[in-house]
Unconditional design. Structure first.
Length: 161
């Protein structure tokens, strides 16, 4: 499992830009930047949609005011679902990136995957929020309880910045 001080592994996410799918590598997103990365089990799922990601969207300006270049959300969903979720939350207009990890490759590479076959149909990402500086993890807040978004929530991340 990834920990503070580790570098993010090379991975490729998918995004929608100008109506088309585009790949974005970890270098594209994190190299030379200070990024808050939020990982969630699933777009539109109750805790993710109501309690977790909205806090990052609502507090985007406060987070950026702490020298954060980018706020990104990743989930094991396809790029169209992530794009539409960003629109539904008003995140796309707040410059929050919604990054698809459809085969859980990134979640597995950082060791924050889990088997959610019973409830969500397959491998998913654990709930977390991390601060990444130039590809290195500086803060890592992993949610210990399923269905909660406290340790990994926006308010806690703001305190960590």
């Amino acid at each position: 499992m990834i920990k503070v001080g580790d570098r993010l592994p090379n991975a490729t996410f998918r995004m929608i830009e100008d109506g088309k799918m585009v790949p974005r590598t970890t270098d594209d997103i994190f190299k030379g930047k200070r990024v808050v990365l939020v990982g969630v089990p699933g777009a539109f799922t109750p805790t993710c949609h109501r309690n977790h990601v909205p806090g990052f969207v609502a507090n985007a300006d406060s987070i950026r005011a702490k020298n954060v270049d980018t706020i990104a959300v990743t989930s094991v969903n396809d790029h169209w679902v992530m794009h539409n979720w960003g629109e539904a939350l008003g995140g796309n207009g707040k410059r929050v990136l919604f990054l698809a990890d459809p085969a859980a490759e990134f979640a597995k590479a950082i060791g924050l995957d889990f088997d959610a076959s019973a409830g969500l149909g397959g491998i998913r990402s654990k709930r977390y929020a991390m601060l990444v500086e130039d590809g290195a993890v500086k803060v890592l807040n992993i949610e210990p309880e399923s269905g909660k978004a406290e340790v990994s929530g926006a308010e806690n991340m703001i305190k960590s910045l």
